[in-house]
Design a protein around this ligand. Structure first.
Ligand SMILES: Cc1ncc(COP(=O)(O)O)c(C=O)c1O
Length: 409
């Protein structure tokens, strides 16, 4: 019998048969990933997930969503999320599939209603808000506020602290005196591709909707200001496939006529998010990750740890910043804690930087394809060792580039 070609992608290798490629390369490479697209899981969580996936009658991979076992899994996941984020009772949590981008359509379908005199207001702060805007335009009239206009009104210190200060310095740019009723205001508080983050949510008269995909559970949420928050769970909460929607109950039931029932927030809330088969495995991963966060001290502890990590890498970059090697993509008042991004002076320097990163097994540091440069994604599941190694790379590369690396005596 001739040799069989294996369908197992883990076994696929290059033509020479020696260098792993594709999934095999991913699965065998040592070191740490700083991918912005998907966060890593803490080892303890990954071990629990692997154990639960083991074949056999109790495998989580074949847990039917119709069982009481799944219902308690989802209920416990929701309860833990509520504890961690202090979600008030007047909010409903939906467990949906389809990714955060699906919500770009579902938000106008559910919140715009039939008022033709209204417009949905979107703050254009970068790549992902633009993706949300482009989708919303397919569903309703949209008014776009450029962040530049807002910062001109707000001053360069980011969103003003208090509602009174916001009113004083021109939230009007957002929604007053523009000749239409704002149906809702949409904001992307952490622009993953641009390395830009709102220090706090704006105060709005209309319902405020936030795409929290790259920051949920990295800091507390001000529920006085927010009415709808949604997030794909692949970065800070677990694995791809689940999108959490946290919505004020009073906003349910306004989906426009013709909205498919599985996309209708009200119908999903009534069916406890089980109008169609929910993404069972990602819900399980989120369950384990949420409990891991709780055991680690909750969201307050995640926020403190993130600030510490951000400070560590920022300090490691200081010398390189001084000599113009590292150039932040966003001004300091708007710099993302979670996904700080910077540019290098030219392509040749970038090539050397990524070669140095590869040589130390630090992977997936490239910026978003539309932005280039370098992106440091500091999601909840990242190991301390990874952050320490990253800081070493950033300071070491600056030293080697500047030719002023001092040997310790
Ligand atoms: C802020 C933000 N929104 C939306 C998305 C899109 O998420 P999904 O791929 O789950 O649709 C991303 C992905 O990186 C993101 O960072």
């Amino acid at each position: 019998m001739g040799s069989r070609s294996s369908p197992d992608p883990q076994l696929s290798t290059s033509a020479s048969g020696r260098v792993p490629t594709g999934l095999a390369a991913w699965r065998t490479r040592p070191g740490f990933s700083f991918s912005a697209a998907a966060g890593s899981l803490p080892t303890a969580v990954a071990d629990e997930v692997a154990e639960a996936c083991r074949p056999g009658p109790g495998s989580i991979l074949s847990l039917p969503f119709t069982t009481s076992a799944y219902r308690s899994l989802q209920a416990e996941t929701e309860a833990c999320l509520r504890r961690l984020l202090a979600i008030p009772d007047e909010f409903v949590v939906l467990f949906m599939a389809g990714g955060a981008s699906t919500q770009f359509a579902l938000v106008p379908m559910n919140l715009y209603g039939a008022d033709t005199g209204a417009r949905a207001v979107y703050i254009d702060s970068g790549h992902w808000s633009r993706r949300a805007i482009a989708e919303a335009r397919r569903h309703c009239p949209v008014h776009v506020c450029a962040l530049a206009a807002l910062t001109a009104a707000w001053g360069c210190g980011g969103v003003p602290e208090t509602a009174a200060a916001q009113a004083r310095v021109g939230m009007s740019v957002l929604e007053d005196a523009v000749g239409y009723r704002p149906a809702y205001v949409h904001v992307t508080p952490n622009e993953t591709a641009d390395g830009l983050q709102f220090a706090r949510l704006p105060v709005t008269q209309a319902p405020l909707v936030a795409d929290l995909t790259s920051e949920l559970l990295t800091r507390a949420i001000d529920w006085q200001r927010l009415d709808v928050g949604y997030a794909g769970t692949q970065k800070t909460i677990g694995t791809p496939g689940l999108t959490l929607v946290i919505i004020r109950r009073s906003l349910l039931g306004h989906a426009r006529a013709g909205t498919p029932r599985v996309m209708d927030y009200g119908a999903q809330a009534e069916a406890e998010s089980r109008l169609c088969t929910p993404p069972v495995l990602p819900v399980f991963v989120a369950h384990r990750m949420l409990h891991w966060i709780e055991a680690a001290g909750g969201v307050a502890a995640m926020a403190v740890r993130l600030a510490h990590r951000h400070a560590l890498v920022t300090a490691a970059m200081a010398a390189g910043e001084d000599v113009g090697l590292y150039r932040w993509s966003a001004p300091s008042a708007w710099r993302s804690q979670v996904n700080p991004c910077f540019q290098l002076p030219d392509e040749e320097t970038a090539r050397r930087f990524f070669a140095a990163a590869d040589a130390t097994d630090l992977h997936d540091l490239g910026g978003h394809p539309e932005r280039g440069g370098v992106r440091l994604s500091l999601y909840n599941g990242l190991a301390d060792d990874a952050v320490a190694a990253l800081a070493g790379l950033l300071s070491g590369f600056a030293c080697s580039e500047a030719g002023r690396c001092h040997q310790a005596p």
